[in-house]
Write a protein that binds this ligand. Structure first.
Ligand SMILES: [Zn+2]
Length: 312
């Protein structure tokens, strides 16, 4: 039997594929190895600042991270993140800085993960999402959650240690569920959040609560937001979503009821769409085609059965 996971593999999800980078976690505590890797001429370094990096266009029309050898990089020892090595043994580091370096040429430009993610190679997108996730975690976890003391960075950016009580703090990832709910007639349930522009509809989503399984979270979020009850829940794929620290877990979910009662808080409006209705709504402009890199568009596309019109 073909599963949704099988189907999703036919088109890679941005930020979710194999980047070709081995994170090589066993080197993170090896200061001598890190120092040697840092000073090696093949090593590549890029600066991350507030979720932004410099990207540049190549002569053959691709977009890539602006990376330099370490000796050209503006060093700040404690904000150096070791991201891993590629198959050729080249080591990659990100430097967290308060500002991006000056642009080296005209076409280099600042960009965040949302803009650059779909343009970059899987390697560069993987390096970027790792660096941005670490930067966000570092920014929000400067103090010990046990005793309140200021913590210091260790393990090449992957641990924060408390000098007062000895606690070690590791990067946190918040699981979130995102689901395309379909009914017995194979219509899709799409919702519009309060702050979204008119016409923008998407899959439902929400955070997993303490003491809850992800399947329970899918059913609870759908019920809370739309009043629809869900039976079968099938996992499809996941996507790192460091805005600031989520992991999106994508599902197909089967409704066991149809009546919609939106919560009026998170979800302003929710509707069932057949494929024909959604096609017509895209064509008329009543529903805006999805934009961006989120797995939401991919879940919708899996159900739709063909590429969706591209939003702007
Ligand atoms: Zn402490």
């Amino acid at each position: 039997m073909t599963t949704w996971t099988d189907l999703s593999a036919t088109r890679p999800i941005t930020l979710s594929g194999d980047s070709g980078i081995d994170r090589a976690a066993h080197h993170r505590l090896d200061e001598a190895w890190l120092a040697a890797a840092w000073s090696h001429p093949s090593t590549r370094v890029f600066v991350v600042s507030g979720g932004q990096v410099l990207v540049d266009d190549t002569p053959d029309g691709r977009t890539e991270l602006v990376m330099t050898p370490a000796f050209e990089a503006p060093v700040t020892e404690t904000h150096r993140y070791f991201l891993g090595q590629d198959a050729d043994g080249i080591a990659y580091f990100a430097l967290q800085k308060d500002t991006l370096p000056g642009r080296m040429d005209q076409s280099a430009r600042p960009a965040g993960l949302r803009e650059a993610g779909p343009l970059l190679s899987p390697r560069d997108a993987g390096l970027l999402v790792h660096a941005v996730a670490l930067e966000n975690w570092q920014r929000l976890h400067r103090f010990c959650s046990r005793c309140g003391e200021r913590t210091v960075v260790a393990a090449a950016g992957h641990i924060r240690r408390c000098p007062a009580c000895g606690a070690e703090h590791y990067p946190r990832t918040d699981p979130a569920v995102i689901m395309l709910v379909t009914d017995m007639a194979d219509r899709a349930l799409l919702g519009r959040q309060m702050h979204w522009p008119e016409g923008r509809f998407s899959t439902l989503a929400g955070f997993v609560e303490p003491g809850e399984s992800i399947e329970q979270a899918v059913r609870r979020e759908v019920a809370e937001e739309t009043g629809v009850t869900v039976g079968d829940v099938e996992y499809v794929a996941s996507q790192p979503w460091p805005f600031p620290s989520s992991l999106m877990l994508g599902f197909m979910a089967r409704a066991t009821s149809e009546e919609i009662r939106v919560d009026g808080e998170e979800i302003h409006e929710a509707r069932w769409f057949s494929r024909e209705e959604l096609t017509a709504a895209f064509a008329s402009g009543e529903v805006l085609p999805p934009t961006g890199i989120s797995i939401a568009a991919r879940l919708l596309e899996l159900w739709y059965g063909e590429p969706l019109p591209q939003g702007r």
